[in-house]
Design a protein around this ligand. Structure first.
Ligand SMILES: Cc1ncc(COP(=O)(O)O)c(C=O)c1O
Length: 708
């Protein structure tokens, strides 16, 4: 049995109900959950490939599709996400099971009805009043395309695994805290306890029921009466509940008042008496007495403890990634096979350059780009001081001298004018680094380099270090397309936009560079006949027509290269990750927006600036904090956050101040004042796609607390 929305109230409760009867796989999106005896997996079901992968692997005989955005107000405000989850995801599940013998059960809602007169039967025409109801009805239409499917229109309450509370739990919590609450006297429903609903689903599955059914309690009441019934059963004073009209509450989304369900059809077809509201509340109470809420939350605690550590960045690996790697491990070739080539093809397709060469790290990518640029002793390579040491080391590996050019205090990227001042007749390359994901002003860099090439009558290569910037744009052009560069390098380290464990790539539009890069990642060895020297040993005549054929064992080393080969195992992971890059990008953007909004106007803290020329896929979220004026050091801030399980980082200690460079190249403090000033105040906050909204809020509130 596959259950979507396993972290939600119904998904979790169904898993508990069915776990002894079925082998269950539960899917969650942003809220990892642990449930005893059940395999839970992260899966973005709005992504067709992800759904396809999990269904192919699990091969379920029953799918209960509970995943849904259910907050009526949020649905009205966030229509595109609501559509993705309530409609597109449902369509994906239908599409991916269309030729399979799978029982699909879709959990819909009483909100598909308009609530004007109540006692709705399945024959009544749906007429949803709000976007939630509308998208759930559109989901029903998708499900109805599949034979043998079953749709339940319902309204439920129960014990939730998460802090988010269903109506019953919320009422109880407020009463326990002795708080006065309002109850709608003019909103009627037939809300059924989740475990009672589970029993109905159980019978329906066994009877192979098909079609659309209402499922709620056999009677109905107003929400005010419901609250009073809860108070009575749990022994609290009903005086705490005030009757009000739903019209007085100020909801933005329209809501029906009489959403009561006629449940005659299901009762007849499965020959089962549905509980009354009183009976449903009685079961809710009984499970409370048996410690069900504590038990399900206890199981969850273990997961929360794991996810309570929020690193500044981390990989996002799902089931499909694991399967892709496992498939390759079982295949004939685990290195330099079909996955490497396919990964390179997809990189080219995604980035828009002509060629890609995948290697085993971002550092290797930079080194090979420098080798292909023929950088050698006596040459100079200009790069940013605000980067990882690899952007400078690549020049050092070739015997060249790294030269550091200062950054903008707005974008923290290298300044084109500063580069201009550093170019001389020894300059062979410029390595602009797109820090934190935001592209450098590449048109200015390009124009300046062209001018200097003319001035010094020499070729100056532009090698973009885009380790942080996969999926970013500059002036509408994709980073990686090499629109302003000879080569662009990427890194696929776990904290980056996609990961291959370790890995990197070089993109280029130059065929000669491409051929040489391929050789250099493999010791400088070639098997391409036109690149070879030794004709006499390479070939032997094989036919009467005197045509020659390359000897089967033959290869030549024609350059000095390295073993920078990436494996098929890594590229299988990379390919699977690439499919999710856009959803990763969207999630990163959501988190950045949450941070920006929350920190706007916070004294002593500056949020990242985004140039109007850029559309950035943020790799890092760097804030500047005026540690001196808030009177607490960065180390103390980091330690305090760490105590709360929040791990921040500093990107970067200016490279020219590292002892190695100081000693070897006589660089030092004072060389790049902007980078040094930036370094005093910067702090990278956690940012990765698996971060939940509550993780993000936790970081926000911890930062705000530490600043006051
Ligand atoms: C800007 C930059 N360049 C290069 C690299 C090197 O990449 P890798 O760790 O894949 O070798 C990194 C890695 O963090 C980086 O951040």
């Amino acid at each position: 049995m596959l259950i979507t929305g396993i972290s939600g109230l119904l998904g979790n409760n169904l898993a508990c109900y069915f776990r002894d009867k079925y082998e269950i796989v539960g899917l969650y999106n942003y809220h990892p959950v642990t449930i005893r005896g059940i395999r839970t997996e992260y899966c973005d079901i709005s992504n067709h490939d992800s759904v396809w992968g999990i269904i192919r692997e699990v091969d379920p005989s029953i799918i209960i599709h509970c995943a849904s955005l259910t907050n009526v107000e949020e649905c009205e405000q966030q229509k595109s996400i609501t559509k993705d989850i309530n409609v597109i995801a449902t369509g994906n599940i239908v599409e991916c099971t269309k030729n399979q013998d799978v029982k699909l059960i879709y959990i819909s809602t009483d909100s598909v009805y308009d609530g004007t007169r109540g006692n709705f039967s399945e024959a009544d025409k749906p007429n949803p009043l709000n976007y939630y109801g509308q998208t759930k009805f559109e989901g029903e239409l998708e499900v109805a395309k599949k034979d043998n499917s079953l749709i339940f229109r319902t309204n439920i309450f129960g014990w939730n695994i998460q802090d988010k509370k269903s109506l019953g739990e919320w009422i109880l919590g407020e009463l326990e805290a002795n708080r006065q609450i309002n109850g709608f006297r003019d909103a009627f429903f037939s809300s059924i306890y989740t475990m009672e609903f589970a029993r109905v689903i159980d019978i329906a599955v066994r009877m192979d029921l098909k079609g659309t059914y209402n499922c709620g309690t056999s009677d109905s009441c107003s929400k005010y009466e419901f609250a009073k019934k809860i108070a009575a059963r749990f022994g609290f004073s009903k005086k705490l509940i005030t009757p009000i009209s739903i019209d007085d509450f100020g909801f933005k989304a329209k809501r029906g008042k009489k959403l009561t369900l006629n449940t005659a059809k299901i009762q007849k077809d499965i020959d089962y008496r549905l509980p009354t509201i009183d009976q449903s509340i009685e079961s809710f109470y009984r499970d409370y007495k048996c410690r069900m809420p504590q038990d399900i939350k206890l199981e969850q605690k273990a997961t929360e403890e794991i996810s309570s550590h929020i690193n500044y960045g981390r990989q996002c690996i799902d089931h499909n990634d694991i399967q892709a790697v496992v498939r390759t491990l079982r295949s004939e070739r685990i290195t330099q096979g079909p996955e490497v080539e396919e990964f390179e093809n997809r990189l080219v397709e995604y980035c828009g350059a002509k060629y890609a060469v995948a290697v085993n790290s971002g550092t290797a990518a930079l080194h090979l780009a420098c080798l292909v640029s023929d950088i050698k002793e006596g040459d100079e390579v200009i790069t940013s001081p605000n980067t990882f040491v690899a952007s400078a080391n690549c020049a050092v590996y070739c015997g060249a001298k790294p030269v550091f050019s200062d950054i903008s205090l707005k974008t923290y990227n290298i300044l084109p004018d500063e580069i201009g001042a550093k170019i001389n007749n020894r300059t062979r390359a410029v390595v602009p680094v797109h820090f934190a994901g935001q592209s450098c002003e590449m048109d200015s860099v390009y124009n300046l380099v062209k001018k200097k090439e003319e001035e010094f009558s020499q070729k100056i290569m532009i090698i973009e270090d885009a380790s942080h910037a996969m999926g970013s744009f500059f002036k509408g052009k994709k980073v990686g397309a090499c629109s302003y560069a000879d080569m662009t390098t990427m890194s696929f380290h776990p904290v980056k936009h996609i990961t291959t464990g370790e890995g990197g790539a070089i993109l280029t539009n130059n065929e000669q560079f491409y051929n040489k890069l391929r050789r250099l990642r493999n010791h400088g060895i070639t098997k391409v006949p036109i690149e070879m020297f030794g004709d006499d040993v390479a070939y032997q005549p094989v036919t009467a027509l005197n045509k020659s054929e390359l000897n089967p064992w033959y290869y030549e080393q024609i350059d000095l290269g390295h073993n920078y080969r990436i494996t098929d195992i890594q590229c299988a992971l990379g390919l699977s990750q690439l499919k999710k890059l856009e959803s990763f990008r969207n999630r990163r953007r959501e988190i950045v927006d949450m941070y920006n909004q929350a920190f706007q106007g916070t004294a002593g803290l500056q949020v990242p600036y985004e140039s109007e020329h850029c559309n950035t896929n943020f790799h890092l979220y760097v804030v500047l904090i005026d540690f001196v004026s808030i009177g607490i050091s960065r180390a103390e801030v980091m330690k305090e956050l760490e105590r709360q399980g929040i791990y921040t980082q500093v990107h970067y200690i200016p490279v020219h101040t590292q002892p190695y460079f100081q000693k070897k190249y006589h660089t030092g403090w004072g060389d790049c004042p902007n980078a040094e000033q930036y370094y005093q105040n910067c702090l990278s906050l956690p940012l990765f796609p698996l971060m939940t909204d509550s993780d993000t809020k936790r970081v926000i509130s911890a930062i705000k607390k530490v600043l006051v």
